[in-house]
Design a protein around this ligand. Structure first.
Ligand SMILES: NC(=O)c1ccc[n+]([C@@H]2O[C@H](COP(=O)([O-])OP(=O)(O)OC[C@H]3O[C@@H](n4cnc5c(N)ncnc54)[C@H](OP(=O)(O)O)[C@@H]3O)[C@@H](O)[C@H]2O)c1
Length: 271
């Protein structure tokens, strides 16, 4: 599939960064927001043969205050990418579901977003057009950017105890594993693909695993989402699995965590 000019959007973000590394050998052109604000028409002369579209408004709470701003990026931006005329991978999210199910969401489950962010991601899927792989993933983390692992490492270094939500369940997915799986997706038919780490846990379980693997003594106090009172609703159950033949199978989230901590030089292992 890869043989022509490959473009990556959102290259300053955590997934975009991982994609730029994964596809460096193919000579991928990795554009940050400074290179192309996707809510605006593209700069002249891009002419890609394939786009990995990782640029997005990812401020979930901020989208409640400014749904039009979020839509300009997640819907309008995706439409601008699709208008380039090349096949694209559009990354989407577990937030297209309301999280009321208690068994994994598969591709044929009807979406029903419960937040402004989730609505923009769902409309963004439609804006990607017919020549698109819609790759839905969840709870992304990696060695760069804003994510739960980096936040916990910072808090764990400062505090004896951290309060973490224990009533949301998902599959924390290492961006390096998602970037590698993208290569497999390109061999599959267009359409929706659920691509998330194996295994599932709550945020509190994940925090405990981070502290344990990083060799930190920090305790986790398990709290409810209500105690945190954030503006946007989060899906209580966000586990994604694929029901489609040939879907990539990702490593377990604990393996992703090990890879991420190793990249950060933050493992507690002694040699
Ligand atoms: N994070 C998750 O847990 C998660 C879960 C499931 C799916 N996803 C999806 O996966 C994709 C990648 O997410 P991520 O975690 O890598 O997000 P991220 O780290 O927030 O990266 C998103 C990137 O997009 C850029 N961006 C924002 N607005 C833009 C615009 N108008 N034009 C061009 N670039 C713009 C951001 O730049 P600035 O930093 O300058 O704003 C940032 O570099 C997104 O589609 C997201 O919805 C994420």
């Amino acid at each position: 599939m890869i043989g022509g000019r490959l473009l990556i959007t959102g290259a300053g973000g955590q997934l975009g960064h991982a994609l730029a590394e994964e596809f460096a050998a193919e000579g991928a052109v990795a554009l940050t927001r400074a290179d192309w604000d996707v809510s605006l028409p593209p700069p002249a002369g891009l002419d890609p043969d394939l786009v990995l579209h990782a640029a997005a408004w990812t401020d979930v709470d901020g989208a409640e205050d400014d749904p039009q701003g979020a839509a300009a990026v997640n819907v309008g931006g995706t439409a601008n990418v699709a208008a380039l005329g090349a096949p694209l991978v559009a990354y989407s999210s577990d937030y297209v579901f309301d999280g009321r199910k208690r068994e994994p969401y598969v591709e044929s489950d009807g979406p029903h977003p419960a937040s402004a962010y989730g609505r923009t991601k769902l409309h963004g899927e439609a804006a990607a057009g017919d020549q698109a792989w819609i790759v839905r993933s969840s709870w992304l983390f990696g060695p760069t950017g804003h994510n739960f692992v980096r936040t916990m490492l910072r808090l764990g270094a400062e505090r004896d105890e951290v309060a973490v939500v224990d009533d949301q369940r998902g599959s924390p997915t290492f961006v390096g594993h998602l970037a590698a799986a993208t290569r497999e997706v390109l061999e599959l038919p267009y359409g929706i693909w659920h691509v998330a780490a194996d295994g599932d846990c709550t945020w509190a379980d994940f925090a405990e695993a981070i502290f344990e693997q990083a060799g930190l003594e920090t305790r986790v106090r398990r709290i409810s989402s209500d105690e945190l009172a954030r503006p946007a609703a989060r899906p209580a159950y966000a586990v994604l699995r694929s029901e489609r033949a040939g879907a990539p199978v990702l490593p377990h989230w604990r393996e992703g965590l090990r890879a991420c901590l190793a990249a950060l030089g933050a493992t507690g292992e002694t040699t």
